[in-house]
Every structure is written in structure tokens, then in C-alpha cells.
Design a protein around this ligand. Structure first.
Ligand SMILES: O=C[C@H](O)[C@H](O)[C@H](O)COP(=O)(O)O
Length: 269
């Protein structure tokens, strides 16, 4: 098997295992992530549907245009996040979604993640935030001790097109010491680069920038190793015009990694 096929097989195994563990007839609302690994989760859902193992009233909440197409093509029912009732109105839990299964670009030892390689992280974060459980699926190349050490394309940041140059300049002046911003432990650096770089993501086969599903631009912000994901997420989020940051700190409850030898690892924080 070619190395590309081995990677695809690893992604597929992780996706199948996660769906098998988390999706049964008791699940009423399911979040569907975006990207190439989630395609295999949709494949497994189609099989389970044929076997009559899904809830007949199952609603699927998409996280992108691509994700909605996966839901429709799988013969499942798509629902918008704000059309759903909360699962338990009597409790403080505001979740509308039982479980969401999504891909990731890099996942650290505590299951903090970088997402948005496909530009879908705004809706992915909204859906993750409304989910009781976020389950990540990936091949083992994404499994990392420290964010920013494996995914070297920068943190995807969705920004307003109205001020992208100003936002870029401001992000490039972010101080590496979280101490300067009072956001994390004194003396500790949130990230390693002295001079972060923010690059406007360019479209392929279209002149000009990538325009997200929400009509915005993406800056890919390289900061080196990310020692304090929450501090970096907060630092970036504070810049006016930043719509969403592709760091998901403390959101995932489980991550499934497919290995090249065919084995699967499931990790919890
Ligand atoms: O914007 C895209 C999403 O965050 C994806 O879930 C992420 O990029 C991983 O995608 P893939 O499964 O294709 O590696």
C-alpha cells in the first residue's frame, strides 16, 4: 500500500472507531465536523443507517458547507444549531447536541487542538461549544506533545475583511510572554517566536484570498511552539476584527488516532 493510502486507512479506522463508540440509537442530535477525516465518519454513519442502528429521528448539525453536503448525501437530516432545543432545560447545561465528531490539524497531550486547516473553525467551535462531548478523529501525524510542533502552517484565524491588514500587523506584534498580558502564569511564555508571522491565506484556482463560508478572510498565524494554548487563544481573540481562533482549548473530551500499523489509540485529557 502507498504511504498516502496508509494514512487514509489510519484516518478511516479512527473515524469508524469513534462513530462506533459514540453513535447509537440513543443519540438524537449529532454534530458533524469538517475536513477529509470526517468523510469516513459519514461513511460509517451511512452503514449504521442501513443496518437500522441510528435513531430514526436523528438530526445532524453541520459545521461547514462541506459538512452539510456530507449529511445530505448520507441521507441524514441537517439542522441549524439555533433551531435546536437545549437537551436538558432543567439543568445549567445549555447543550443542544449530544456528541460532535470532528477532525483536527494537531492535538496536544491535554487534547487542546489546532483546527481550521480547511477554514471551518468558526462554525466548528460554535457546534463544539453547544455539544455535550467533542470527539476528535485524526491519523497519528496529528498527535503531538505541544501544539505548533507538528502543524507548521500557523494558527488559522478568521478575520473581518474590513481590517485584515491592521489585524495582521497587530497579531505580528503579539508579545511571546503571556506575563506581559497578565493572562497566564508569571514568567511563563505562551509561545516561542519573538516575531509571529500572520499570512493571508490565498485561494487555489481563484485569484485572491480564501473567503470562508461566512464571507471572511483567514490569517494563518505562526507563533512557534504553543506552551499555553488558552493564553494564545485569548490573546488573539482580543484583537478587534478577529472573529474566531483555530485553537480549541479544553474543549475535546476524547481523541482517536489511527496509526500506520492499523492500530487505533483513544486518548482522554
Ligand atoms: O477547517 C477544517 C477543520 O478544522 C478540519 O477538521 C481540520 O482541518 C482537519 O482536517 P482533515 O481531517 O482534512 O485533516
Amino acid at each position: 500500500m502507498s504511504s498516502a493510502n496508509i494514512i487514509e486507512q489510519a484516518k478511516r479506522s479512527a473515524a469508524f472507531a469513534a462513530v462506533d463508540k459514540h453513535v447509537d440509537s440513543t443519540v438524537r442530535v449529532l454534530g458533524i465536523g469538517s475536513g477529509s477525516t470526517v468523510v469516513y465518519a459519514a461513511e460509517r454513519l451511512v452503514q449504521l443507517k442501513k443496518e437500522g442502528k441510528l435513531n430514526p429521528d436523528l438530526l445532524c448539525v453541520p459545521t461547514s458547507f462541506q459538512s452539510k453536503q456530507l449529511i445530505v448525501e448520507a441521507g441524514l437530516r441537517a439542522a441549524d444549531l439555533d433551531d435546536l432545543p437545549v437537551l436538558d432545560p432543567e439543568s445549567a447545561d445549555f447543550s443542544s447536541i449530544d456528541v460532535t465528531i470532528d477532525g483536527a490539524d494537531e492535538v496536544d497531550a491535554k487534547l487542546n487542538a489546532i483546527k481550521g486547516g480547511g477554514g471551518a473553525h468558526l462554525r466548528e467551535k460554535l457546534v463544539a461549544n453547544a455539544s455535550r462531548k467533542l470527539v476528535l478523529i485524526a491519523d497519528s501525524r496529528k498527535d503531538s506533545e505541544t501544539l505548533g510542533t507538528k502543524w507548521d502552517k500557523g494558527i488559522p484565524v478568521e478575520v473581518s475583511p474590513l481590517a485584515w491588514r491592521t489585524i495582521k500587523r497587530q497579531l505580528e506584534r503579539m508579545a511571546p510572554l503571556s506575563r506581559a498580558h497578565g493572562l497566564a502564569k508569571a514568567e511563563s511564555a505562551a509561545f516561542s517566536f519573538d516575531h509571529p508571522q500572520a499570512v493571508l491565506r490565498q485561494a487555489v484556482r481563484k485569484a485572491g484570498p480564501v473567503v470562508t463560508d461566512n464571507g471572511n478572510f483567514i490569517l494563518d498565524v505562526s507563533v512557534g511552539s504553543i506552551y499555553d494554548p488558552l493564553a494564545v487563544e485569548q490573546l488573539i481573540k482580543m484583537v478587534p476584527g478577529v472573529i474566531e481562533v483555530g485553537i480549541f482549548s479544553g474543549m475535546a473530551k476524547e481523541a482517536w488516532f489511527g496509526n500506520e500499523d492499523g492500530s487505533i489509540v483513544c486518548r482522554e485529557p
